[in-house]
Design a protein around this ligand. Sequence first.
Ligand SMILES: Cc1cc2nc3c(=O)[nH]c(=O)nc-3n(C[C@H](O)[C@H](O)[C@H](O)COP(=O)(O)O)c2cc1C
Length: 176
Amino acid sequence: MQKVEPNQAVRLLYPRLTVLVTTVNPAGEANAAPYSWIAPVSFVPPMLYLGIQRRETLTVKNIRRTKEFVVNVVTKDWADKAIACEAKIPDKVEKSGITLRESRKVKAPSALEAKIVLECTLKDIIETGQADHFLVIGEIVHAEKDESMQDSEIVLHNTGSSFFLPGEKLELERRK
Ligand SMILES: Cc1cc2nc3c(=O)[nH]c(=O)nc-3n(C[C@H](O)[C@H](O)[C@H](O)COP(=O)(O)O)c2cc1C
């Protein structure tokens, strides 16, 4: 075993889902940005969290104002477009080639390309001590899945520009 410096240790929590978070501002202007610090936090009510840098990203600004966001799970067929939405440039969403569509329950749009879509309302934005990320907690108010999606299409994030596709399936017996 090699020692990993504590300030690099969170990088060992990989792979993680890659998602595109779509939001809208009160003027109706949409935004999208890729995220991979995401996990479930509750079955009932269904809730998830995002870890978002503790600065006013457009995503957090929009979520604070409209109290809604949509998590679009990224698959291989549109991963390049989703990742392009990281750019801090004007009209990045249009330039990425992503098509936004209306969501069912929230004003924030969804990505037409996404095969798993989770529409969320904001429950909390938590600042933990000196942590450099906000915990943005959302309740899932509507969800959709394209049942033709294969698990092997889901893009997992390692770190930086390194991604994975899920490989082998493994069934393990659980003793509850
Ligand atoms: C694959 C990928 C995963 C990312 N995951 C996160 C994350 O979990 N948290 C975060 O704060 N930023 C993450 N980023 C960086 C944001 O996408 C970046 O800060 C973006 O410019 C924010 O855009 P916005 O200002 O439109 O919200 C990630 C970027 C990529 C490409």
